[in-house]
Write a protein that binds this ligand. Structure first.
Ligand code: GDP
Length: 455
């Protein structure tokens, strides 16, 4: 392996935060303003992700980013916001995303999903920046034409502390309560140890270039070593989604975070039973200039190198699961790769007890997040699995000894038709939601209610 084969990849960025705080708007703004500021080639649409090159970021962020100071190529944003996708997307036991933006509505402050997102970021040790969003709606904001926004913000006199100041300071306080040392980003020296807060508006775009500049600086200064990849090495990625694609059958939307995947490569993919070993038939990417968000028009490519999002077409992918690893077999025996994939899956599988509830979730990552939440709430788990709720799950839940444990907690999953019937007959209670804390709360309330009625 020559030194030349090594290079630095794009850091992978995830956007997290409470519902309605502006995650989707912020992602749209990043894509939109990149397009209008930088024109052709300003961004590249990937499968499930958007790449914003360094030149575009520097064009947007002006003096905040000097391309000569950077050798990382830009930023790759995962298109699906929220901590559900964040925890689904793992790489080698850690988070797939290298860095994150935590979006907080500056008027609303910390909310349950903000807390959840912080828990996950802390647990995975993911560095992040806080986007204090919706500043345009708060009294005290002085809109400015150009970012950086700092001068207009700092220009406000201390004597006339605005509502916005109060909100921003409160936010910094809330971060401190969570043991983070946080401050306005222009006062932060070391973004690895301190959380930078960027006042911004996903609506007007103020502060958005500043967010990009902070992310760029943060990854360049503190994460360069982790971005080093062997460009010719066997590709490694994480399944974002398993999707049926006309003409190809089941395909995988994958984010590749290391090495290279080529057409014809043998790959090993994590599945609901044994890992799948198959051969890449086609690698698909959105056709350049295909309009963002319009149902994708694909073009076939020979290979994809990290970091990138790609659709993989290959035989036998039906049992693949979202969140599972994908590895190319190259330079070493297939069995070793299969064992590695198995080990990675086993790491994610949660420990189960002799007595407890049944948990079903749509992906490995969400299953793990559910298991963590239940553990924190001291709710025991009898069985935890990925997949829709099947009759077998009802039967297993029915074997619980305690009445309160005769329950299934389903996260983002459907109930299979024949399981509906079983549920009616068996004395098993179903809790279903797509917000983890709500699911745990609903179950807790049910248990409380049950205890009260027994007294
Ligand atoms: P998500 O649930 O976190 O993805 O939030 P959305 O991006 O869907 O935003 C929720 C609502 O807030 C939408 O109506 C947005 O238009 C609005 N919104 C988001 N960001 C801003 C902002 O910076 N300023 C204002 N005024 N509205 C915003």
């Amino acid at each position: 392996m020559s030194d030349q084969a090594h290079s630095l990849r794009t850091p992978i960025v995830a956007v997290l935060g409470h519902v309605d705080h502006g995650k989707t708007s912020l992602l749209d703004k990043i894509r939109g303003s990149a397009v209008s500021d930088g024109e052709a080639g300003a961004i590249t649409q990937h499968i499930g992700a958007t790449a914003v090159p360094l030149d575009t970021i520097s064009e947007m962020a002006g003096s905040l980013v000097q391309p000569s100071d950077f050798d990382l190529p830009g930023l790759l944003f995962i298109d699906t916001p929220g901590h559900h996708s964040f925890s689904t997307l793992r790489a080698r036991g850690g988070a797939l995303a290298d860095i994150a933006i935590l979006v907080v509505d500056v008027n609303d402050g910390f909310q349950p999903q903000t807390e959840e997102a912080i828990d996950i970021l802390q647990r995975t040790g993911t560095p992040f920046v806080v986007a204090a969003n919706k500043v345009d709606t708060t009294p005290g904001w002085n809109p400015v034409e150009d970012s950086p926004i700092k001068p207009s913000y700092d220009g406000q006199s201390d004597a006339a502390r605005s509502r916005l100041d109060e909100n921003l300071y409160e936010l910094i306080g809330q971060l401190s309560d969570r043991d983070f040392s946080a401050d306005f980003y222009w006062r932060v020296q070391n973004f690895r140890n301190n959380i930078g807060v960027v006042p911004c508006s996903a609506l007007t775009g103020e502060g958005v270039p500043d967010i990009l500049a902070v992310l760029m600086g943060l990854s360049q200064r503190f994460m360069k070593a982790e971005m080093e990849i062997d460009v010719e090495g066997p590709g490694e990625g994480t399944v974002l989604e398993v999707k049926d694609q006309q003409g190809f059958g089941a395909t995988l939307d994958v984010v590749v975070y290391d090495g290279i995947i080529r057409e014809g490569d043998t790959i090993v993919v994590g599945a609901s039973n044994e890992p799948i070993v198959t051969e890449v038939r086609a690698l698909l990417q959105p056709r350049p200039n295909a309009e963002i968000r319009v149902e994708k028009q694909f073009e076939q490519v020979d290979s994809v190198g990290a970091a990138a999002g790609v659709k993989i077409a290959a035989p036998d992918l039906d049992n693949a699961i979202a969140g599972a690893p994908v590895r190319v077999v190259r330079d070493r025996p297939e069995e070793d790769v299969v064992e590695e994939v198995k080990a990675e899956l086993a790491e994610i599988e949660v420990g189960t007890e002799e007595e407890g509830v049944v948990v079903k979730a749509d992906t490995l990552g969400s299953l793990e997040a559910m298991a963590n939440a239940l553990q924190e709430a001291e709710i025991p788990i009898l069985r935890a699995e990925v997949g829709d709720i099947a009759p077998r799950d009802v039967a297993v839940a029915g074997t619980a000894r305690e009445a309160e444990n005769k329950a299934i907690l389903g996260f983002n999953v459907d109930v299979l038709p024949n399981a509906e019937r079983e549920l009616e007959q068996a004395e098993v209670r179903l809790f279903s939601d797509d917000v983890i804390y709500q699911l745990v709360e609903e179950y807790d309330e049910y248990v409380e209610e049950m205890k009260r009625s027994q007294q």
